[in-house]
Design a binder for this molecule. Structure first.
Ligand code: AMP
Ligand code: FES
Ligand code: ZN
Ligand code: ZN
Length: 306
């Protein structure tokens, strides 16, 4: 199959977009589509200082690469969660994030959970009923808090994450299954600043995982291929498998599900897109971050208790 734009052999065939492209035109297409998403969802501008949350995985490193190529002012943040697995998962991903930053002469902030909070994620999880079986909810809590903390400490204008379409659709599917109205209301490509929380953007939310992986591989970006050892058997992975079956039967299903949701949201919810809190907001007396209840926030309660 030939590239739609030139005579070269296509490097990737995207049935979902009825589009096949050679390496050069594919890499160009990813940059163009990212720029289009940033504009469409009014995420940020070339004047903004952008903090990219990098996990060392394909999505966030590809995103950092694209934003840098497009001329955005970026720096990264990597959170060492102390997840070892069989292969030193956290340490290995930190090295890959550091390599990317130094090759591109970009700043990377590193936060080490064990050194700065006193415990690794598995250790917090052990001693906390929140994550008795799996540490993922403790992990999410620490990541959200730390990203927000670094962003406000260094005055970044926006935080971006590498969430791709498969991530978004899996969460959406789960939220629809449980009719989690508040979560559905909050799910958006861009969440504006609210109550002391930095704006959050997901410029890759319309790219299939296959596309971000192809971008990383074709750009020779070294990324961590293994998944977090705790993600095995998770609902997210099960949802992704189910959705991939649907996609296989009808190409474009995942993208249509997501885009139609974003459209329906406007009719379903009268309040602002990405509305974070409907009730009163309090400020945590320890860290100063917003919390829905008076007193210490969930993060500070966890860190000070154990
Ligand atoms: P996940 O929740 O692991 O699917 O990751 C979603 C996004 O969160 C990634 O694309 C990154 O942007 C960000 N992220 C995940 N883990 C980390 C980490 N350890 N440090 C910094 N950012 C992360
Ligand atoms: Fe947080 Fe796996 S990355 S538990
Ligand atoms: Zn071409
Ligand atoms: Zn707090």
């Amino acid at each position: 199959m030939k590239c739609r734009k030139c005579d070269l052999k296509a490097a990737i065939n995207m049935r979902q977009h009825k589009l096949a492209l050679c390496k050069t035109h594919f890499l160009e297409w990813v940059c163009l589509q990212t720029e289009r998403n940033i504009l469409k969802y009014k995420m940020f501008s070339k004047e903004d200082n952008i903090l990219v949350a990098v996990s060392g995985g394909k999505d966030s490193l590809a995103l950092w690469d694209v934003l840098h190529k497009l001329g955005y002012k970026t720096a990264g943040v990597y959170i060492h969660l102390g997840i070892h697995g069989e292969d030193q998962y956290s340490t290995k991903s930190q090295i890959l994030a550091e390599n990317f930053a130094s090759e591109h002469h970009l700043v990377l902030h590193i936060v080490n959970a064990k050194q700065e909070l006193g415990k690794t994620i598995p250790e917090f999880s052990e001693s906390n009923k929140r994550g008795k079986s799996k540490p993922c909810s403790v992990c999410g809590l620490v990541k959200r808090h730390t990203m927000n903390e670094i962003a406000s400490k260094y005055n970044y204008d926006v935080l971006v994450t590498g969430h791709n379409l498969d991530d978004e659709v899996s969460v959406l599917f789960n939220n629809v299954l449980g009719w989690q109205i508040d979560f559905l209301r909050r799910q958006a490509p861009f969440i504006p600043a609210k109550a002391g929380l930095i704006p959050k953007a997901k410029p890759f939310c319309r790219f299939y995982e296959r596309e971000t992986a192809a971008y990383a591989i074709l750009s020779n970006i070294e990324y961590i291929e293994e998944e977090c050892p705790f993600s095995e058997g998770s609902t997210t992975i099960q949802n992704k498998e189910l959705l991939n079956q649907l996609e296989h039967q009808r190409a474009g299903t995942k993208l249509a599900f997501y885009l139609k949701f974003l459209k329906a949201k406007k009719e379903l919810f009268s309040s602002q897109e990405g509305d974070h809190f409907t009730d009163e907001i309090f400020s945590c007396p320890i860290c100063g971050q917003p919390t829905p209840n008076p007193g210490n926030c969930t993060f500070c309660r966890m860190v000070t208790r154990y």
